[in-house]
Design a protein around this ligand. Structure first.
Ligand SMILES: NC(=O)C1=CN([C@@H]2O[C@H](COP(=O)(O)OP(=O)(O)OC[C@H]3O[C@@H](n4cnc5c(N)ncnc54)[C@H](OP(=O)(O)O)[C@@H]3O)[C@@H](O)[C@H]2O)C=CC1
Ligand SMILES: O=C1OC[C@@H](O)[C@H](O)[C@H]1O
Length: 598
């Protein structure tokens, strides 16, 4: 059911992005509605609320023109052709379903933190967004703020040497939280993927990783101690304390707490909320107070071991970008709109970051011996995910699930395969008999290129136990902008032939010759595992190895095509492909699976 309201307050540009909100949620005014009022390219035009009266009040209060209500409200908003972006501030356990439904309907999505209940769900959201050429972002708003960017800059500048340890807290005293959270708050509901680690805990994790440059990998959790919530102590954590191993022998420690007790006898002396991030480095310390909401107030303290301490503030970027009055959410919205409009955002949270953040949350719960959050029962509508009509089938490549001869390898087993080495020699797979093999299509100028480091580490760790990695450089997997261009052409009705021709010609992420690729990998990433000659992994000229691998194991949604650089195939000692992982699965995340086969 939908209804109209008086004109919205915004005075947007002629073609603003029209945002619809799912749920009359408490956070939406701060996180989206108010920020949108100062963004000329955004208009919040619709809200869906299960309850008609509440939805109408909310829409009036916030000047939102259209309301959907009733049991189909969310479906109707998502299907509305006048909505371009869906903002999802629902309980955590519903994020996946509604992000997927919105993407399936062709909308960009801004999803509240934590993005999903599990890492696998986040993977699926990004895979679908990528397939559809849409933007998906986890609303981890504080990292977009100049204060957090500045802290990261100071830490990473080397001014105070290497990081030794990071300590982060996010906690509210019980005296405050009892006024904020009712006893039925979604945060305390296990079936809705509640828990303190999910809610507040993602801030310390995201901040620690952001500051230490470990956004590409899940953190190694060395300990996790939960405090159960009285409503459901076995499954819902009121608080979580965890420690991490960071690169270069550094350590991390976090505390998140929905309601910590006061001090003194009977806990009667109240304590202040805790929002501190403190980094100890070889040559001093950097601290930021209020790292989660730095727009309200913050102070950055830089304390060198020798010399004078200083305090900094950063409400806008040093070069003047932004506005001192902007909140973290406003900076986030700026980036989101830039991304949707095809401009380069000032900062962006890559899919890998969100996926590995969720992996870290999973690891913390596992270490704490608490049950993992339950994945959504929503089954993505595959039929709408797959390309619908032949005239738009540039995502469905010739070899996608095809049984045509060009897509098939003649080899009957892994050990019959051969690959081209740089310089024209042949790499015979017979020599791989009895080994565990990881095969990766690599590229030097891709967002995932830093994975080389993790791959080399994996190789170094296990090569003496019969493990080998083979890299297949490929210039073929196209860039996102090229995909969007293709999508646009198809939407505009450009002929299928044009799309077919363009399909495999885009790329540019591995443009150099074999010699330069090898030099790049050795110099920048210390790669010593074998790299094959540059070749195709999709299309008519797909090399024999990839034809065979793809015939053995399909990827997400049953599609065989290689979707991006740094997809990974793991082959066991018998020559059987046992795993296929998307690019977003980091080398660190597959370590345990490799170890299992050795
Ligand atoms: N970025 C930030 O600073 C913050 C982010 N958040 C995140 O936003 C999300 C929502 O939090 P918050 O605004 O506090 O939550 P609220 O409880 O205020 O809102 C959640 C909304 O979800 C809808 N909903 C749908 N199904 C259910 C259900 N089964 N039970 C309860 N609500 C349901 C309701 O919409 P309807 O109106 O249709 O009934 C409700 O308005 C969470 O993921 C949280 O982590 C929260 C606070 C701060
Ligand atoms: O910023 C926040 O503060 C309080 C939390 O419960 C909320 O979900 C979080 O995002």
């Amino acid at each position: 059911m939908s209804s109209e309201h008086p004109t919205p307050k915004q005075s947007p540009t002629p073609s603003p992005l029209r945002v619809g909100i799912l749920g009359a949620a408490r956070i939406a005014p701060n996180a989206l509605i108010k920020p949108a009022q100062s963004h000329a390219e955004v208009a919040v035009t619709a809200v869906a609320c299960r309850d008609a009266a509440r939805g109408t009040r909310y829409a009036r209060r916030w000047g939102i023109a259209r309301t959907f209500s009733g049991p189909r409200a969310y479906h109707e908003l998502v299907a509305d052709p006048e909505v371009d972006v869906v903002y999802i501030p629902l309980p955590n356990g519903l994020h996946f379903e509604w992000a997927m439904r919105a993407l399936e309907a062709g909308k960009h999505v801004l999803v509240e933190k934590p993005m999903t209940s599990t890492a696998e769900e986040a993977r699926q959201i990004f895979a679908l967004a990528e397939r559809k050429g849409l933007v998906a972002l986890e609303a981890m708003h504080n990292v977009f703020h100049p204060a957090m960017q500045r802290v990261r800059e100071i830490v990473q500048s080397g001014e105070l040497g290497k990081v030794k340890s990071v300590e982060t807290t996010f906690g509210l005293p019980s005296i405050i939280s009892r006024f904020i959270f009712g006893k039925d708050d979604v945060r305390f509901n296990y079936d809705l993927a509640g828990g303190c680690m999910m809610d507040m805990g993602v801030y310390p994790i995201a901040a620690t990783r952001f500051i230490t440059g470990t956004n590409d990998t899940p953190l190694e959790v060395t300990s996790a101690t939960p405090t159960g919530h009285p409503s459901d102590p076995q499954r819902i954590d009121r608080a979580m304390h965890a420690t991490f191993a960071l690169p270069d022998s550094a350590t991390g420690e976090m505390t998140a707490d929905f309601a910590f007790p006061g001090r003194g006898p009977l806990g009667l002396i109240p304590r202040l909320p805790q929002f501190t991030l403190s980094v100890a480095l070889e040559g001093g310390r950097v601290e930021i107070f209020n790292y989660a909401g730095p727009h309200v107030y913050h102070s950055i303290k830089v304390k060198p071991a020798r010399g004078a301490a200083r305090t900094e503030k950063a409400y806008r970027y040093k070069d003047g970008r932004g506005d001192a009055g902007w909140s973290t959410y406003r900076y986030q919205l700026e980036a989101f709109v830039d991304k949707v409009r095809g401009r380069t955002p000032w900062y962006w949270i890559e899919p890998t970051t969100t996926i590995t953040e969720m992996e870290t949350v999973e690891r913390v719960y596992a270490k704490a011996e608490m049950p993992p959050r339950v994945p959504s029962s929503y089954k993505p509508a595959v039929s709408t995910v797959l390309p619908a009509a032949p005239s738009r089938t540039f995502f469905s490549l010739p070899d996608t699930n095809s049984s045509s001869s060009s897509a098939m390898s003649d080899a009957k087993s892994f050990y019959e395969l051969k690959a081209q080495l740089p310089g024209g020699k042949t790499y015979d797979f017979e020599q791989l008999k009895g080994k565990v093999v990881l095969i990766v299509n690599v590229a030097s100028k891709c967002g995932f290129t830093p994975q080389y480091k993790g791959l080399q580490a994996l190789y170094d760790k296990y090569k003496d136990r019969g493990f080998i990695i083979l890299g297949f450089p490929c210039n073929q997997v196209r860039t996102l902008s090229a995909r969007i261009l293709l999508l646009l052409l198809a939407e505009l009705g450009a002929c299928n032939l044009l799309c077919v021709c363009a399909r495999e010609q885009f790329g540019g992420q591995e443009p150099e010759n074999d010699e330069k690729i090898a030099q790049f990998c050795e110099l920048n990433h210390g790669v010593t595992f074998p790299l094959m000659a540059k070749s195709d992994v999709n299309g008519d000229s797909t090399n024999e190895v990839y034809k065979w691998l793809k015939s053995q194991k399909a990827g997400i949604l049953g599609l065989t095509r290689i979707k991006w650089n740094f997809e990974k195939f793991l082959i066991d000692r018998e020559g059987k492909v046992v795993h296929r992982w998307a690019s977003t699965t980091s080398p660190e995340a597959i370590d345990a699976e490799v170890a299992k086969l050795l």
